[in-house]
Write a protein that binds this ligand. Structure first.
Ligand code: GLN
Length: 228
């Protein structure tokens, strides 16, 4: 048999996140989320055979860089800082960052009130980069966003900064009225599928994204996960 595999299709390793609701997460061993559904549809259109590999965000970034996974779909923001190592697909989601604080905090009303405050966020995320630029803020960062939210609930930090949709999910699901969102969404961000520089899959992925946008699949999935 030729090295090309004689028609045997290779399996593309696609990294997802363990805990980035409602985009990708695992629940009782099941892989779920808007991006899991979206990826399945993209891969079908693009004729990509794949295997999903769940891990934490930091590990995911390393794995894409090293080639341990071929691609990742996990709320990855298109950022200039990562462009040296990564190649992005066309973006499929528009979002941004938000500030969260305790419901009874009357001092923090927006991101402008975070100087000298203790701010929790996720290691290596775009929110982490943003937080690092706030004058005098003390940053506490965690590899799992569940720990960021626990700090907020326990009132051991003043505020947190993270991706808007994930924060929104937490407020609805687990915050139990103890945490609120303050101010406007900021730092416009777009999510895209990511792979190593010069990887051979992004072209196919882009065709898949275009196809699911055109035939209404994207819209149906968006409505299912985010409402009308
Ligand atoms: N959008 C953020 C980033 O790309 C966070 C992603 C995540 O935690 N999965 O850094």
């Amino acid at each position: 048999l030729a090295a090309s595999g004689c028609g045997k299709q290779e399996t593309v390793k696609v990294g997802i996140e363990q805990n980035f609701r409602p985009f990708t997460y695992t629940e009782n061993g099941d892989k779920k989320g808007f991006e899991v559904d979206l990826w399945q549809a993209i891969a079908k259109k693009a004729d990509i055979k794949y295997e999903l590999v769940p891990m934490e965000h930091g590990e995911l970034i390393k794995s894409v860089k090293s080639g341990a996974v071929d691609l990742a779909i996990a709320g990855m923001t298109v950022s200039n800082a990562r462009k040296n190592n990564f190649e992005y697909s066309s973006p499929y989601f528009q979002t941004g960052l938000v500030v969260l604080t305790s419901t009874d905090n009357g001092v923090i009303k927006s991101k402008e009130d975070l100087a000298q405050k203790v701010v929790a966020t996720k290691n290596g995320s775009t929110a982490f980069n943003y937080a690092g630029e706030i004058q005098g803020a003390k940053i506490r960062s965690y590899s799992n966003v569940a720990d960021v939210y626990n700090e907020l609930k326990n009132n051991t930090v003043d505020a947190a900064i993270f991706d808007e949709r994930n924060a929104h999910d937490f407020l609805q699901d687990k915050a139990q009225g103890q945490v609120k969102m303050v101010g406007e969404m900021f730092n416009k961000e777009r999510y895209a599928v990511v792979g190593k520089k010069r990887n051979k899959y992004i072209g196919k992925v882009n065709k898949g994204i275009e196809a699911v946008s055109k035939d209404g699949t994207y819209e149906t999935m968006y409505t299912k996960w985010f409402g009308a």
